[in-house]
Design a protein around this ligand. Structure first.
Ligand code: C2E
Ligand code: MG
Ligand code: MG
Ligand code: MG
Length: 273
């Protein structure tokens, strides 16, 4: 009996592992096809300043899967990272953002706008990332200063000296850096001042509950104060209503991003907005 149960348990275990392996392999195969077929889209979410003027966008990748519908980056970015497919996809994102900035440069109503993109730690940690970036952005030199990289704490903490060097080299080319999801990572504060950052992004989990949870409100206040002390811009993400926006503005937050201001979407540049 015990043996039988054991065998059943084993078979069940085996089966579920097999299933998840198949699923993973299927996503991987689909991802490779998606790259070849150019299936990805870059959607743009607006960022506003305290005068509620548009200052730029964050580019967020979308994968409209031909059979499964829209797959969220939270689902496929980890697979991209495990398979190194994040490298071609990451360079695709850089290229699309640069093309857009170059287009806007011709338009006096849009040439001030910035685009921030998320850079995966796998990509940033490549030995030749800065070299590759230079090669792949030839012809875009005039707009590189409008491009911003969003990096995460865990990324930068991993070999911090390497991070600083790469950031300095990219900084010289005109790239600015924002620390994404700030407050959720290890946050050794002493390293912050050594990084050539231009902005901190308050993680949306703190913004979401700041009006009902005094701990979250305290964290938001602290991050804003810290940013001021370090001379960094501070961006709130996940702003969903007017009350949050008003409170954040009152606390000294510089920039706002969230559904209240606009959802990520494709921008049609052939139309006037
Ligand atoms: P993130 O960089 O922190 O991006 C913010 C996420 O919050 C986005 O989710 C955005 O759609 C969502 N969001 C914005 N405003 C609101 C709001 O008011 N309420 C709520 N509930 N959510 C809001 P998304 O697009 O699903 O992206 C998730 C994560 O995937 C991103 O987090 C980023 O880490 C990663 N990601 C997205 N695009 C790329 C990319 O092109 N490359 C890489 N490497 N990672 C990406
Ligand atoms: Mg981001
Ligand atoms: Mg974030
Ligand atoms: Mg995030």
């Amino acid at each position: 009996k015990a043996k039988e149960e054991g065998r059943n348990r084993f078979m069940f275990f085996d089966h579920s592992i097999q299933e998840s392996i198949n699923k993973r392999l299927q996503i991987e195969t689909d991802l490779r096809l998606a790259i070849v077929r150019d299936e990805f889209e870059l959607h743009y979410q607006p960022k506003y300043n305290t005068d509620y003027k548009l200052v730029g966008y964050e580019g967020l990748i979308r994968w409209p899967h031909p059979a499964k519908g829209l797959i969220s980056p939270a689902e496929f970015i980890p697979v991209c990272e495990e398979t190194n497919l994040i490298l071609p996809i990451g360079y695709w994102v850089i290229d699309v953002a640069c093309q857009r900035l170059l287009m806007w440069q011709q338009d006096s109503t849009k040439q001030h706008l910035t685009i921030a993109i998320n850079i995966s730690n796998i990509q940033f940690k490549q030995k030749d990332f800065v070299e590759q970036f230079k090669i792949r952005t030839r012809g875009y030199e005039s707009i590189i200063h409008k491009l911003e990289f969003e990096l995460t704490e865990s990324l930068l903490m991993k070999d911090i000296q390497d991070s600083i060097e790469k950031m300095q080299q990219l900084n010289k080319l005109g790239i600015r850096f924002a620390l994404d999801d700030f407050g959720t990572g290890y946050s050794s504060l002493s390293y912050l001042k050594n990084l050539p950052l231009s902005a901190l992004k308050i993680d949306q989990s703190f913004v979401r509950d700041m009006l009902i949870d005094s701990n979250d409100a305290a964290i938001v206040k602290t991050v804003i104060a810290l940013a001021k002390t370090l001379n960094l811009q501070v961006i709130a993400e996940g702003v969903e209503n007017n009350k949050q926006a008003t409170m954040l503005k009152h606390l000294g937050c510089d920039l706002f991003q969230g559904y209240y201001f606009g959802r990520p979407s494709l921008i049609d540049d052939t139309k006037d907005e």
